[in-house]
Design a protein around this ligand. Structure first.
Ligand SMILES: Nc1ncnc2c1ncn2[C@@H]1O[C@H](COP(=O)(O)OP(=O)(O)OP(=O)(O)O)[C@@H](O)[C@H]1O
Length: 243
């Protein structure tokens, strides 16, 4: 049995001043090398779940057990890159902060900052020339690739993606999803992949969870998406995506 990189047990969150739970007794685990996709409409609690896992919000009840600090790739890459820093400095921020780390895929270059930057950018198919540029000189898709390279740089046990392609053009979205899937397979990464887009979640994930009103209504292996046993709400989501 593979180890769990995260175990969420009866996690609940009610924001101060709100009468209704944004997260209501949510439980799941993700095992090493797995992508769990979470799909749900706006307001279902997906971002709250991501924030609680990343420690940006505190859960009101339940438990979240992590084997390591998760990395995040969020919707808006512009917001996650400091406009005043060259790409090399934003990219290497997590590694600079954890000098003792020696990710296996950086073993041959780790003694050299620029080579490390080059290698990380090549892993997300960006040219090394981007290292000296500032975020405003890059396209949205390029910036998201930098965020992805930064997230993988510390060889994390878990990466949390919250709508990572929502701000990108459709063609760029497909390329970024393909990249994420390739990286997951090559590096054996574990993902929590959150999106309102069932097609994207279905493409990315080995298991899929469906959220509504703060609850995880359905959780199943990807192959079982069209099973008659699906929750009525999951069936509704499928119909919306098919139409
Ligand atoms: N900081 C906050 N303070 C109070 N209520 C909040 C806060 N953030 C989210 N909520 C409420 O919590 C519920 C869940 O919101 P959340 O953003 O987690 O959903 P979501 O599925 O990510 O939606 P979206 O895709 O639109 O971001 C909503 O009712 C929302 O209004």
């Amino acid at each position: 049995m593979k180890e769990a990189v995260i175990a969420v047990k009866n996690a609940a969150k009610t924001y101060i001043g709100s009468s209704r739970a944004a997260l209501d007794s949510v439980s799941f685990t993700i095992i090493r090398g797995e992508c769990l996709g979470i799909v749900g409409e706006s307001g279902s609690g997906k971002s709250t779940l991501a924030k609680c896992i990343l420690g940006i919000q505190e859960i009101s009840d339940g438990e979240i057990t992590l084997s390591d600090k998760p990395q995040a790739v969020l919707q808006n890459p512009s917001a996650s890159l400091n406009p005043k820093l060259r790409i090399i400095d934003s990219l290497l921020e997590p590694l600079d902060a954890q000098k003792h780390l020696l990710p296996s895929f950086l073993a041959d270059v780790c003694h050299d900052r620029r080579k490390t930057g080059d290698k990380l950018l090549s892993m997300v198919s960006l040219p090394g020339g981007c290292l000296d540029q500032y975020p405003h000189q890059l396209s949205g898709g390029q910036k998201q690739r930098v965020s992805i390279a930064r997230a993988i740089s510390v060889e994390p046990r878990l990466i949390v993606f919250d709508e990572p392609t929502a701000s990108l053009d459709v063609l760029v979205q497909a390329k970024v999803l393909n990249l994420l899937k390739d990286l997951q397979e090559k590096l054996g990464l574990s993902y929590l992949f959150i999106s309102h887009d069932l097609a994207a979640v279905n493409f990315m994930s080995q298991r899929i969870g469906v959220m509504k009103d703060g609850q995880l209504l359905d959780l199943f292996r990807r192959e079982a998406l069209f099973s008659p046993q699906r929750h009525p709400y999951t069936k509704q989501l499928i119909e919306v995506f098919d139409s």
